[in-house]
Design a binder for this molecule. Sequence first.
Ligand SMILES: Nc1ncnc2c1ncn2[C@@H]1O[C@H](COP(=O)(O)OP(=O)(O)OP(=O)(O)O)[C@@H](O)[C@H]1O
Ligand SMILES: CC(=O)N[C@H]1[C@@H]2OC[C@@H](O2)[C@@H](O)[C@@H]1O[C@H](C)C(=O)O
Length: 378
Amino acid sequence: MAEYYIGLMSGTSLDGVDGVLVDFSGTKLRILARSSQAFDAQFRTELLALNSPSDDELHRAARAGNQIAAAYAQVVNTLLSQVAASGIGATNVCAIGAHGQTVRHQPHRISNEASGAGYTLQLNNPALLAELTGLTVVADFRSRDIAAGGQGAPLVPAFHQHVFGQANTMVSVLNLGGIANVTVLPADPSEPVLGFDCGPGNALMDAWCQQQTGQPFDTGGAWAASGQCLPELLAQLRDEPYFNQAPPKSTGRDLFSLNWLQTKLQGFANARGQDIQATLTELTASACVDCINNYAKESKLLVVCGGGAFNTELLRRLQAGLPQLQVDTSDHLGLPALDVEAAAFAWLARQAIQRQAGNLPSATGAAGPRILGAIYPA
Ligand SMILES: Nc1ncnc2c1ncn2[C@@H]1O[C@H](COP(=O)(O)OP(=O)(O)OP(=O)(O)O)[C@@H](O)[C@H]1O
Ligand SMILES: CC(=O)N[C@H]1[C@@H]2OC[C@@H](O2)[C@@H](O)[C@@H]1O[C@H](C)C(=O)O
């Protein structure tokens, strides 16, 4: 009996929505349809602005949530139209897992407040999405883990374990989205799975590329490849306490923003744009390399997913920093790099519907396993 779920991810790159329709009924998941929809430049600018305090932000955030739900509904329609000929329709889909758009992520405990709790905020309107699609929607996956003392991120390690785990071999998985996060799957299944954010993924490279060239990202890393890494700037960028913090840990644009970069760039006014891009690419690569060397030294394989998997220069720098292992994209294991996160949220929706935990406390630091997400019935 088929078990269809839809997963929708719009991540910290702010580039748009990735969606997949997955069948979980077999031993291996099957992706039956995939679709991406880019946000237009104006909406992207608004989402970026909403990542920082600004005027009338409650009203603007609510409107942005509606717009995200509308974009999600369009992706759902496209996915369903791709499988219509196979006789699969909305009534066959168990639920949608809709991540929402993270605009704040402050999971750390606030000791001088009565609740002591941190928070995370994903803009979305799951009620509207349920109305627009007629489907059950699961949303707000992160809050429960934070309420249980966890980071609320990363949440993909449980899914990575499900799809990429190998008997008797340590495997590491690196998601290169706006932020980079790693999952370490131990060779011994009784050992805990680790998972945490390494630091910036594409966010700073994208921001610099957009500002200097007008292009939203450095295609293939070609611009970075034409420059030289600046060691002094790299040292200044690496001089950020987050990199030396022990896991569990997670971060976001709250820290790694264009403002952060501009502060670090003081004193480098005469540097060439492509050299700064090369240095930002090395920043992402070196932070990830250090995480692997510190927490996954015995890994023989590094599975790379997320849009950064298309950045050849970034992958070259990763492989150069990790000569002891093989760097490969998830495509080689049968799951396209851009589909992994969306598939993870389809899986997390399924966990919620089946009243199963979605978090891994060994990764997030939560007090225990928790059922994640709020369910908006069809
Ligand atoms: N051809 C390419 N060359 C270089 N970089 C690319 C290419 N295609 C995509 N990217 C990068 O991937 C990013 C999108 O990746 P992805 O969709 O995984 O991000 P995301 O969903 O926002 O991730 P996360 O939630 O993990 O932060 C783009 O912003 C860009 O930086
Ligand atoms: C708060 C938030 O949205 N975090 C994202 C972000 O993007 C990458 C990294 O930072 C990761 O921790 C997380 O996303 C993935 C899907 C996760 O939860 O595993």
